[in-house]
Design a protein around this ligand. Structure first.
Ligand code: FES
Length: 180
């Protein structure tokens, strides 16, 4: 038993013969090839994902005119909530493809449309006809009837949408409204 362990302890490590120049060159070539394939593979996987995330930054915001109905459907001076389809609705978007605005008829063929989103953090504002004010329920933001800030934290007036009349119909420009 003791003899066996003595002989095992004295086994000299087998040394591999030194690599020839051709083997070294082959190893270097394979190393560089692995690195190149790794970089190409990583780029092939990551570039489409990065492109998908960054593409909207370089695309013009979509815009489309949406009909809100006949002029006569809106009473002079009344401020009403209108709902319309986004400029570029996705087939699977469902109700999220809809936007809303506060529309007021100010003349025979004149209208003004305000964003429903508060200029502070985007909560939906309500039109209080009795007070002649827009009010935000989240942090107490208040706006005058023309959209100017009256009180609370909103840093700027309510955004407005372009509105026009075509062939007896009121149309709103369905474009993204920046919050800031
Ligand atoms: S979101 Fe309207 S006041 Fe803050």
């Amino acid at each position: 038993m003791t003899q066996k362990s003595d002989s095992a302890a004295h086994v000299a490590p087998v040394e591999s013969p030194p690599a020839t120049a051709a083997e070294l060159a082959r190893r270097q070539f394979l190393g560089k090839m692995s690195l190149t394939l790794g970089v190409v593979g990583g780029a092939a996987i990551s570039v489409p994902g990065v492109g998908f995330v960054l593409a909207p930054l370089f695309r013009d915001a979509p815009q489309a005119w949406r009909s809100l109905g006949k002029i006569d459907a809106f009473a002079l001076g009344a401020t009403v909530n209108v709902v319309f389809l986004d400029a570029s609705p996705l087939p699977w978007a469902g109700v999220t493809a809809k936007s809303a605005a506060w529309l007021r008829r100010t003349g025979d063929e004149e209208f003004v449309a305000f964003s429903v989103n508060c200029a502070h953090l985007g909560c939906p504002v309500r039109w209080m006809a009795d007070a002649d004010l827009f009010m935000c329920p989240c942090h107490g933001g208040v706006y005058y009837a023309d959209g100017r800030g009256a009180a609370g934290p909103p840093p700027h007036p309510l955004r407005q949408y372009p509105v026009r009349v075509r062939n007896g119909e009121v149309e709103i420009s369905a474009e993204p409204i920046p919050l800031k």
